[in-house]
Ligand binder design. Structure first.
Ligand code: AMP
Length: 214
């Protein structure tokens, strides 16, 4: 299956995209993760992307499209994928359509996770990650045992720089202005499946699988 995972920041698309990829045995390809990897490596793409990401702005389409073109050409993506956080603009959607058409492929479904704005702000503001093992926490919903340290390796937990409350509100605004319309693009092909993301992780995961019939 070739799936798109959409939803605004904090809707849970990363968590559910990862689960769905594991369930279907296809790679979970998250453009935010690909970019953060490039930033950690200090590559040219990473250096270019970092300023946009820190502000909560979108990285230019040309960079994103090239990154996805290379990633979808990898052997593990030939039998399907869960693409998370892409396309986020009309230009990216048009380029993805062309790329897949050239390969004789198409999108089977787009999952849109819907969560109220205040809940998204709450989720993102409390989110922390271990920089050593990447384990994810939430300070209210899933806190570490010892204050702000990782349960597994004791590293001090970090907050993503773009999860500061002010940047979160800006990211939600950018999403509304630039990405909400992309969902309409896929609605025309009748592949959009809207799922309420306001429940426990297991409950939402079950809803996502039901929506896809997998
Ligand atoms: P995410 O982890 O999906 O919240 O993405 C983190 C940040 O990476 C976003 O706020 C953007 O700055 C950038 N980003 C991720 N995916 C895209 C995309 N498809 N187009 C432009 N920027 C992106």
């Amino acid at each position: 299956m070739r799936l798109l995972m959409a939803g605004s920041p904090g809707s849970g698309k990363g968590t559910h995209g990862r689960r769905l990829g594991a369930h279907l045995g296809v790679p979970h390809i998250a453009t935010g993760d690909l970019l953060r990897d490039q930033v950690s490596l200090g590559s040219e793409i990473g250096r270019e992307a970092q300023a946009y990401m820190d502000r909560g702005d979108y990285v230019p389409d040309t960079v994103m499209i090239e990154m996805i073109r290379l990633r979808l050409a990898q052997p593990d993506a030939q039998n399907g994928f869960v693409l998370d956080g892409f396309p986020r603009t009309q230009g990216q959607a048009d380029e993805l359509d062309k790329l897949l058409a050239d390969l004789g492929q198409s999108i089977d479904a787009m999952i849109v996770l819907e969560v109220p704005v205040e809940e998204m702000v709450r989720r993102l503001s409390g989110r922390r990650t271990c920089p050593t093992c990447q384990r994810a926490y939430h300070m209210d919903d899933n806190p570490p045992a010892d204050d702000e340290r990782c349960d597994d390796d004791g590293s001090p937990l970090e907050r993503r720089s773009d999860d500061e409350p002010e940047t979160v509100r800006y990211r939600l605004k950018v999403y509304g202005e630039r990405t909400a319309g992309v969902i309409e693009h896929y609605d025309v092909d009748n592949v959009v499946r809207r799922v309420s993301g306001e429940a426990s992780v297991d409950e939402v995961a079950a809803r996502v699988r039901d929506a896809l019939g997998v």
